[in-house]
Design a protein around this ligand. Structure first.
Ligand SMILES: [Ca+2]
Ligand SMILES: [Ca+2]
Ligand SMILES: [Ca+2]
Length: 138
């Protein structure tokens, strides 16, 4: 999978991703002054990302969910911060559909709607705010 994100808040980067059932890797690249450079790598095999394997979806979304002016990557149950570090892991596992937007206009900030492959929490609406991110099953 792939997406375009304004990881520095100013210029676009490309994010390439692979893996959602097991190991998950996202890599961000910049195209600047005629050169392609790697910006960061998120790897579920890294000790800093323990528990993030198998948390992805068949899609990804890009949005500034923490209000810092830079885009985050919403990758199933995960949110990867603009600098490639783990920001949120609901640990609710893999799912197929995911949408990010101001789904509840009565509440400030974005919400994430995700369909899980689960009978106990078949779908989840996550609230993303500049201060915190929390999740709950519905
Ligand atoms: Ca942000
Ligand atoms: Ca951020
Ligand atoms: Ca909202």
């Amino acid at each position: 999978m792939a997406g375009v994100a304004y990881l520095d808040g100013v210029r676009p980067s490309i994010v390439m991703a692979r893996g959602y059932y097991t190991r998950t890797v996202l890599v961000a690249y910049d195209w600047r002054a005629g050169a392609l450079t790697q910006r960061w790598t998120f790897d579920s095999n890294s000790s800093a990302n323990a528990g993030t394997a198998g948390q992805g979806n068949h899609n990804l979304s890009v949005a500034d969910v923490d209000g810092d002016g830079k885009d985050e990557i919403i990758y199933g149950a995960l949110v990867v911060d603009d600098n490639g570090t783990k920001k949120v892991n609901t640990a609710m596992g893999h799912g197929d559909a995911l949408h990010v937007g101001d789904l509840n206009p009565n509440r400030a900030g974005y919400e994430v709607f995700k369909v899980n492959e689960s009978t106990t929490a078949p779908m989840v609406l996550r609230c993303m705010t500049p201060i915190q991110a929390r999740s709950y099953g519905v």
